[in-house]
Design a protein around this ligand. Structure first.
Ligand code: FAD
Length: 249
């Protein structure tokens, strides 16, 4: 339950508030506004001008509070990225939910996080102690450590081809298995799977995409839950990996 609400006007003010106990950043609030037993103070980020979206060199620079729907409507979003945004949440939620909030709240079923991982996106965050400089890490590393700090921006490479293929119970459901592939001109290929577990799974990061189907099978060999068996996921993941590789744009 949200017991205290702050709306700072500057980043410094926000960081000072976030050093206090039981105090967290509020993005779109689509998750934080759910009723819970715990009391929490929130620091609303909407006045901090962190919602920009622009192409800078080879990257798409996305401000932390950019709404999912604004990214979806951007001319800079690739077809694969748009597919994953649409699968992430329905329109009303996409209009409110922020890019940073979605990444922080994501689990292994998040198509959007999976696509950003395949593209080797980078996160910039400001540790809550404002005397420390901003830190830039890969999204993979961020999700592994989940450091305390305020995400200010996300950089998504634009110089890779990408594709996302999935299988779900209905076309609008989150995938039972989703395959995100990115490939650069150098031949480097990254391949992540979603549909299971606490975080999307890295299946392949190499100088070429050779062996991608075997990599898919290996990555999901224990991916059994109430939704699907591991055998099913392994077979589907291998097929989707091949399909994604063939449909890179
Ligand atoms: C009915 C409904 C049910 C949902 N149930 C779930 C669920 O059970 N589990 C789930 O994962 N998702 C759930 N979601 C999806 C959730 O809405 C999305 O994850 C959403 O995209 C979160 O984005 P937000 O901006 O609204 O985040 P918020 O709700 O504002 O915040 C989500 C988390 O991210 C942190 N955060 C936000 N911005 C920043 C930042 N800039 N830097 C650092 N941390 C930040 C917050 O402190 C909080 O921990 C649900 C959505 C709806 C509408």
């Amino acid at each position: 339950m949200i017991t205290t609400y702050h709306r700072p006007q500057t980043l410094d003010e926000a960081l000072a508030l976030l050093t206090q106990p039981e105090t967290v950043p509020l993005g779109g609030g689509t998750l934080l506004s759910h009723p819970t037993a715990d009391s929490v103070s929130v620091v609303d980020l909407q006045r901090l001008n962190l919602g920009s979206l622009r192409a800078v060199g080879n990257d798409l620079q996305i401000g932390a509070t950019c709404a999912l729907q604004a990214l979806y409507e951007s001319e800079h979003a690739s077809a694969a990225l748009k597919t994953t945004i649409k699968l992430e949440a329905p329109l009303n939620v996409r209009n409110a939910a922020t890019v940073a909030g979605t990444l922080v709240a994501s689990d292994g079923r998040s198509p959007f996080t999976t696509m950003l991982l395949a593209l080797d996106s980078k996160i910039e965050y400001q540790p809550f102690n404002k005397d420390q400089p901003p830190v830039t890490v890969s999204l993979s590393e961020y999700l592994l450590v989940r450091p305390r700090g305020l995400i200010t921006s996300i950089a998504v490479p634009r110089n890779a081809k990408s594709a996302f293929e999935y299988v779900s119970k209905t076309p609008a459901d989150k995938p039972l298995v989703g395959a995100a592939v990115a490939r650069w001109n150098s031949g480097r290929a990254r391949f992540f799977l979603c549909g299971y577990g606490k975080t999307p799974l890295l299946a392949l990061d190499g100088t070429e995409a050779h062996g991608i189907q075997e990599a898919a099978r290996n990555a999901y060999h224990e991916a059994a839950d109430e939704w699907a068996s591991a055998e099913y996921r392994m077979d589907v993941a291998a097929t989707l990996a091949k399909r994604a590789l063939e449909s890179l744009t």
